[in-house]
Design a binder for this molecule. Structure first.
Ligand SMILES: *Cc1c(COP(=O)(O)O)cnc(C)c1O
Length: 346
């Protein structure tokens, strides 16, 4: 099936901006085409516009992920990809998105910014997809459906068989957000890209790679969808420093893997520590780099921890997360401090 009918008519008709680096891509002696400063800069070799298609990073990433470079979009954080999905597929005031709360908050914010109506189908028992309830709300106006796996803030993975069922039944674009996939035993949905041309898999350099400050998000999808992203993104959406550092990081995948191993071992230790605290009501199983923990007085605990200089995330007002705080896994020393302060408080 082609994605063309799903696109907004104005996006289908769009003639994209053609940047200087679109019109000339070879190597030249003298560049006098982009109104750059030929003399340099006060801080380093950043006077030239960056590669608009991030070819070096994509070549390394394609090899690592087992996809073609043409199946990759890179953005200013995953948040840019989320926004572009709405802008490409959802006619403001007309089209709809399906969200499955409790889930990542940006899908809702971005829908609001783009004036896209939201249909919410809450996750059912064990924070899993409710397939009959989802099928009941599909319409020719529902263009996007976001699934976060492992899910933020609950930490569990979504059963892959149910994601497959959605991919088979939903007529729009299915987005699987895998921001935490490196911490999970589940396989990435990237391997299903050949089978489903309406699948978009989001990943990020912000979590396992330890590069939240660079702002680099990845989207993997069929070439058709990536071409749409490339047409509507700001021409130089990923800056030169970010491209350079991401490329260096991809030369040291072993360090990322080692940090993931350390996080997983601390996650196990912290889950045990929480379970041994008599006042803790529940510790949810996690495939991510955080734990959702139910406490008798979440807001009081949150405030008391802040007074001790420890900031955690209060999720106690989120649907089905009542009573819960979300604890990111820190270094062993940070985690020890958290355990100690929690014990002192109770
Ligand atoms: C942290 C997170 C992201 C990452 O967003 P960036 O903009 O790439 O930093 C994406 N999705 C989920 C569910 C997250 O928790």
């Amino acid at each position: 099936m082609s994605i063309e009918p799903l696109l907004r008519p104005n996006i289908r008709a769009l003639k994209p901006y053609s940047s200087a680096r679109d019109e000339f891509t070879g190597k030249a002696e003298v560049y006098l085409d982009a109104n750059e400063n030929a003399f340099g800069s006060p801080v380093g070799p950043y006077n030239r516009y960056p590669d608009p298609y991030q070819r070096e990073v994509k070549a390394k990433l394609a090899k690592y992920k087992g996809v073609a470079p043409e199946q990759i979009f890179l953005g200013n954080g995953s948040d840019e990809a989320i926004d572009l999905l709405y802008r490409a597929f959802c006619e403001p005031g007309q089209d709809e998105v399906i969200l499955v709360p409790p889930t990542y908050g940006m899908y809702k914010v971005s829908a609001g910014i783009n004036n896209v109506r939201i249909k919410e189908v809450p996750l059912s028992e064990g924070f899993q997809l409710d397939i009959p309830a989802l099928k009941a709300v599909y319409s020719d106006k529902t263009k996007l459906l976001f699934i976060c796996s492992p899910n933020n803030p609950t930490g569990n993975s979504i059963n892959p068989e149910t994601v497959r069922a959605v991919l088979k039944s939903f007529p729009g674009i299915v987005v699987v957000d895998e921001a935490y996939i490196d911490f999970s035993r589940q396989a990435s949905f990237i391997s299903l890209l050949g089978e489903f041309d309406r699948l978009v898999v989001l990943q990020t350099f912000s979590k396992a790679w330890g590069l939240a400050g660079l702002r680099l998000g990845m989207a993997f999808a069929s070439e058709n969808i990536i071409q749409v992203f490339n047409r509507i993104k700001p021409p130089y959406n990923v800056n030169a420093l970010t491209q350079q550092k991401a490329s260096e990081a991809l030369d040291n995948i072993a360090m990322k893997d080692a940090m993931v191993r350390d996080t997983l071992s601390e996650r196990g230790r912290m889950a045990n520590a929480f379970r041994q605290m008599t006042f803790v009501k529940k510790v949810l199983p996690s495939d991510a780099n955080f734990l959702l923990v139910e406490l008798p007085d979440p807001v009081g605990t949150y405030q008391a921890l802040i007074k001790k200089g420890i900031v955690v995330r209060d999720r106690s007002k989120v649907l089905s997360c009542e009573g819960c705080l979300r604890f990111t896994i820190g270094t062993p020393a940070e985690n020890d401090l958290l355990i100690q302060e929690l014990q002192n408080l109770n």
